[in-house]
Design a protein around this ligand. Structure first.
Ligand code: CA
Length: 227
């Protein structure tokens, strides 16, 4: 289980790292809002511990931005101010739980275990990017209101891309998270490329604005074509 800790206070960050590592979590620490924002957009974590009072970039603003982009990872916020206002703002911005500083490490560990067990409670049932929509319950996909038929695998790839909107998804990520294969291999890379090409035909060919882009040498990204 990978946990990202975004905390600028060195003492608190160190205590969090030690506590989490003792429980065998794989821990990354970001000491600024910028670094935390970069990591959360570029790596996969099972849980994020986010301090709200960060230099340069406010924790709540980071949280609201990544939730808007579709990030589903459970987020526990740390707040120094025990005011109802702060807590409500945090939960409104997409936090799953919060702890008021100072807190005891065992309590934090218990909260993280609970978050990982239950996942996000307000599971998103629809994913959307521009005019492309996916209903996770009926498993229907449409663009500009026009139904698109996808195979099971194409649906899974598109769901993964929609959950990572505007972030580049590498072939390694697709290998691991969509095909559930441990190591990347050339034959599978070819299968991935063929699947992406088919998916692109279905979601983009009939529309002037292309959404599924290839980033040469890196992977794929769902975002509006740059003119
Ligand atoms: Ca702080």
């Amino acid at each position: 289980m990978r946990v990202l800790v975004v905390e600028d206070e060195k003492k608190v960050a160190r205590a969090l790292r030690e506590g989490l590592e003792a429980e065998h979590y794989d821990v990354r620490v970001a000491s600024s809002g910028e670094e935390g924002f970069f990591l959360v957009n570029n790596e996969l974590f099972d849980c994020v511990v986010l301090d709200l009072m960060l230099p340069h970039r406010d924790g709540l603003e980071i949280l609201a931005t990544v939730r808007k982009r579709g990030l589903q990872t459970p987020v526990l916020i740390l707040t120094a101010k025990d005011t109802i206002h702060d807590r409500v703002r945090g939960l409104d911005s997409g936090a799953d739980d919060y702890l008021v500083k100072p807190f005891a490490i065992p309590e934090l560990l218990a909260r993280i275990r609970a978050l990982l067990r239950r996942g996000r409670t307000d599971q998103v049932l629809k994913l959307q990017h521009e005019d492309l929509e996916m209903d996770l319950v009926t498993r229907k996909v449409a663009r500009a209101g026009q139904a698109i038929e996808l195979t099971v695998k194409e649906f899974e790839i598109l769901e993964y891309l929609l959950r990572h909107v505007s972030r580049v998804v590498s072939r390694e990520m697709l290998t691991r998270d969509v095909w559930h294969v441990a190591a990347r291999a050339t034959p599978l890379d070819n299968v991935i490329d063929v699947s992406i090409a088919r998916l692109r035909r279905k979601i983009d060919d009939a529309f002037p604005v292309k959404l599924l882009q290839t980033v040469r040498g890196v992977g794929f990204v769902l975002r509006r074509e740059r003119g």
